[in-house]
Ligand binder design. Sequence first.
Ligand code: ADP
Ligand code: 5GP
Length: 215
Amino acid sequence: MSSDFSNMTLGQRRGLMLVLSSPSGAGKTTLSRQLLESDSSIDMSVSVTTRPPRKGEEEGKDYFFVSSSMFEEMVKTGAFLEHASVFGNRYGTPKEPVMLALAKGNDVLFDIDWQGTQQLRQQAGDDLVSIFVLPPSHDELERRLRARAQDEEKVVAARMARANNEISHWAEYDYVVINDDLAAALAKIKTILAAERMKRGRQTGIPAFVGKLTS
Ligand code: ADP
Ligand code: 5GP
């Protein structure tokens, strides 16, 4: 599939776009942080949101927190690769940092919902690798949402009410990982990434290497 991203990558490996989605509270933020800490060739895509910051969240690290009018302005000027409304707030992926990271040959990690994943797939085609993270049970999902202790009770209830809807999109993803034991789930995600990086089409130095081998 051709895409705007076809000519963006340089060097010996073509960067990929790794999406992690899950019902809220299943653990994708935790998994993303640990993956980023363990691998310096991954850049996190920091989203823009109209949601207020949670305690401990940092501007520019967790999100760029903006007003509704600023968000709308960014939509109008085409600053987003994708954007969607989730739980009554708006979220979007800024285009420029993603293009810059891929141009450097880095991979880019996205913590976005199924709506954003569908939009990215249309644009990025085969450059997109998507993973859906499931909680081990309904009760554990609720426990984790409460354990995060950041959201009010009514926010927790709203997120639980949306969980079934979000989970219903699991089959649109390339991979599914159940986040029961955190270390085991992280290891599975690293395995997926390692295999995807080895795909023939992503190893852009191989044709020249084979040329030399066989000359
Ligand atoms: P999400 O980003 O999917 O909304 P978070 O990463 O914020 O979810 O995780 C929600 C809560 O669950 C956090 O308090 C986190 O520490 C906890 N958590 C994440 N993964 C696990 C796990 N495998 N076992 C136990 N608790 C977990
Ligand atoms: P939270 O408010 O818990 O940080 O995120 C709520 C939901 O919004 C999560 O499912 C998260 O993956 C999703 N989300 C965060 N950023 C973006 C984005 O830029 N685009 C889309 N489509 N979803 C996002």
